[in-house]
Design a protein around this ligand. Structure first.
Ligand SMILES: NC(=O)c1ccc[n+]([C@@H]2O[C@H](COP(=O)([O-])OP(=O)(O)OC[C@H]3O[C@@H](n4cnc5c(N)ncnc54)[C@H](OP(=O)(O)O)[C@@H]3O)[C@@H](O)[C@H]2O)c1
Length: 281
């Protein structure tokens, strides 16, 4: 598996498996087993997904050594007040059945995220976390966090797909060597027209690949680590078969031109969203 080297030298797999909205725990365990079975090594979960225990069960039974997996979880922003972040990470580790995590991210830039970040830094310094990061941080929040703390995030997990390529955020992330993880890489199935676009179907036909594989490959060649989710074993397998072809410069340019710069989900700067977040589970 191709990897991306984080700023601190830790190697992160070039693609991962997402588990958002897999709330049935038995199904989640099976999906993660299927994902690891076909070669996924990075598994993304979150305290807010309510499935860390199921991911942990799969990790325990998958037959792959712990050090060969890259486990990512996220701290919910309701746990960003003093001491809550630390406790929450330890709780996640217990649910996942592990004594260290490969990365822990602050899920959204809401609430007291400076306090939470400093607690993550301490856990990182103590060796319990191999890397630390954020999610849904746009360039302004990211640069500010970097300016006033000892350790810059190693990863920023942001919404990214062909319609939302995060060009501005990526410029700043590249400047500070913050690795880019792409969530909703297939548009969370909200934009089915993606699958019909000639810029996608053309290369799919040419390389004998599916539209989903072309969209994932596009993100990878753009420097993202995509983390597609599926509950179907055939799609889980399809989504990792993206290492045996390359899009040409022209094909990349054609796909780049589809960017609208608009996020469907990752828009914390919207006050309506920030207000609504108070009531998120
Ligand atoms: N940090 C954050 O705030 C945040 C937000 C959202 C997501 N995430 C993370 O990112 C991961 C991925 O994002 P996501 O789950 O929102 O969306 P996504 O991976 O873009 O899309 C998942 C949807 O696409 C379908 N799908 C998967 N593979 C497919 C294929 N090969 N062909 C056609 N359809 C396919 C899935 O259907 P089936 O399941 O029915 O196959 C599901 O409906 C999440 O699971 C989560 O780990 C993070």
């Amino acid at each position: 598996m191709e990897t991306i080297r984080l700023r601190n030298g830790v190697e992160m797999p070039g693609i991962g498996f997402g588990t958002y909205q897999i709330t049935d725990l038995a199904q989640c365990e099976q999906c993660v087993l299927d994902a690891i079975g076909v070669g996924f090594r990075l598994i993304d979960t979150a305290q807010g997904y309510g499935n860390e225990q199921a991911v942990g069960a799969a990790v325990a039974h998958c037959g792959v050594a712990r050090q060969d997996l890259f486990l990512v979880t996220k701290v919910h922003f309701r746990n960003f007040r003093p001491d809550q972040c630390r406790r929450s990470v330890l709780e996640s580790m217990e649910k996942l059945g592990v004594d260290y995590l490969d990365s822990v991210l602050l899920h959204w830039p809401f609430n007291d995220y400076y306090t939470a970040w400093r607690e993550l830094e301490t856990l990182y310094d103590q060796g319990l976390l191999r890397s630390i990061g954020v999610s849904n941080f746009h360039a302004d929040r990211l640069v500010d966090l970097i300016n006033y703390n000892a350790t810059a995030p190693h990863i920023n997990q942001i919404e990214a797909h062909i319609f939302c390529q995060q060009k501005v955020c990526r410029e700043w992330m590249d400047k500070y060597q913050v690795a880019a993880m792409a969530y909703a890489p297939l548009g969370q199935a909200r934009r089915q027209e993606m699958y019909q676009l000639p810029q996608v179907t053309g290369p799919a036909q040419k390389y004998g690949k599916t539209p989903a594989q072309v969209m994932l490959r596009f993100l990878m060649q753009s420097g993202f680590v995509p983390i597609p989710k599926s509950v179907h074993s055939s799609r889980i397998q399809e989504n990792i078969q993206v290492f045996d072809f390359s899009l040409s410069d022209q094909e990349l340019d054609d796909l780049r031109a589809l960017d609208t710069g608009i996020a469907m989900i990752g828009n914390p700067e919207n006050p309506v969203r920030a207000e609504a977040a108070l009531h998120w589970k």
